[in-house]
Design a protein around this ligand. Structure first.
Ligand code: NAD
Ligand code: UFG
Length: 341
């Protein structure tokens, strides 16, 4: 591998991207981040440098800027692209569908066109377990049927299909479609973590903000789901496990023959909302007051991965447990009660 050729990381200043930069650097790759900072702070990359001793390459810009992409690809000749850039708030996507199709679908198309023109055909795409809709059974295998219930999820479905079409049209493309389950936790240093704008939509940042005193109480969305304790069950994966999954996918992509592969990145374990609250209280020593309220529109009862394909293909599996997830999330929240601000 030529060490002068970086890995272009779109959306690399964000939550998963910044942790993946750490994992890439630790594996000997040179990340080059392109991010428009619409949902992140460049401080995350200064923190990556504090953790690793290496500052990722940095370009402030938008993936929808074709001229910028052309220039970046010509100047830096990346070996592959890890494509995180996009919008991800389900509720917002229902209110502003065009912003989601423009950023996610349009942005990805422009990126793929620029890559094609530059002769760069290696890409890892951030898909989501949301493409499984409401699964008939769990655990979820990659060959399960896909569906979408909101514009965000539909943008992921469409991009998955675009990548499929592209690889069919030109088999020289090497494409990884990684379907993340629920990324949570933070780097163990407490220096980087999830920094949502405004009131969090997701369970884990909501819990940590209640525990740190920023929010009064957790609302548990539904106590009458067909699950063991009546609350929703998800597959929570430590963000550093997820980051290492990208490094494993990159190695496989670059070493194996050309082609496309699709893998779940999850733990294979289902955890309920109340189990998460209990684990967090145990590891943090802080109470998380909660009350059970109505179900949230669009939610499903249970979702967890069959992670066997990732283990077989990538020789990767999640290894950090729920207590580690909670301890790391709490360390980040305590050290950065206002995020990067
Ligand atoms: P994030 O918002 O922290 O990171 C996304 C980054 O992309 C941000 O830094 C943002 O500024 C940047 N960005 C957005 N639009 C851009 C554009 N047009 N040009 C350049 N940069 C742009 O989110 P994340 O949680 O790190 O998610 C990363 C990817 O993983 C997203 O594609 C998301 O849909 C996907 N994903 C996330 C989850 C999750 O629960 N966090 C689950 C499944 C899939
Ligand atoms: N929950 C609460 N209270 C909250 C927030 C969440 O009870 O304040 C519950 C939800 O009802 C659900 C569980 O906690 O049972 C997890 O909810 P999250 O919002 O953290 O995560 P979701 O599984 O709903 O959604 C996540 C991503 C989506 C993605 C989806 C499927 O946020 O982008 O996984 O991959 F589409």
């Amino acid at each position: 591998m030529s060490m002068t050729q970086p890995i272009l990381v779109t959306g690399g200043a964000g939550y998963i991207g910044s942790h993946t930069c750490v994992a890439l650097i630790e594996a000997g790759y040179a990340p080059l981040v392109l991010d428009n900072l619409c949902n992140s702070s460049v401080e995350s990359l200064a923190r990556v440098q504090r953790i690793t001793g290496v500052r990722p390459g940095w370009i402030e810009g938008d993936i929808r800027d074709a001229a910028l992409l052309e220039q970046v690809l010509a100047e830096h000749r990346p070996r592959a692209v890890i494509h995180f850039a996009g919008l991800k708030a389900v509720g917002e996507s229902v209110q502003e569908p065009l912003a989601y199709y423009d950023n996610n679908v349009g942005g990805t198309t422009i990126l793929l066109q620029a890559m094609q023109r530059a002769g760069l055909r290696n890409i890892i795409f951030s898909s989501s377990a949301t493409v499984y809709g409401d699964p008939a059974t769990v655990p979820i295998r990659e060959d399960f049927p896909r569906s979408a219930t909101n514009p965000y999820g539909r943008s992921k479905l469409i991009i998955e299909d675009i990548l499929d079409d592209l690889q069919r049209a030109d088999p020289a493309w090497r494409i990884a479609r990684l379907r993340y389950f629920n990324p949570v936790g933070a780097h163990p240093s407490g220096l980087i973590g999830e920094d949502p704008r405004g009131i969090p939509n997701n369970l884990m940042p909501y819990i940590t903000q209640v525990a740190v005193g920023r929010l009064p109480a957790l609302q548990v969305f539904g106590g009458d789901w067909p699950t063991p304790d009546g609350t929703g069950v998800r597959d929570y994966i430590h963000v550093m496990d997820l980051a290492e999954g990208h490094v494993a996918a990159l190695a496989y992509l670059l070493e194996a023959g050309a082609g496309m592969f699709t893998v779940n990145l999850g733990t294979g374990q289902g955890v309920s909302v109340l189990q998460m609250v209990q684990a967090f209280e145990r590891t943090s020593g802080h109470q998380v007051p909660y009350r059970v309220v109505e179900r949230r529109a669009g939610d499903i009862a249970a979702c967890w991965a069959d992670p066997a394909r990732a283990r077989r293909l990538l020789h990767w599996q999640a290894r950090r447990d729920l207590d580690t997830i909670c301890a790391d999330a709490w360390r980040w929240q305590q050290a950065n009660p206002r995020g990067y601000a």
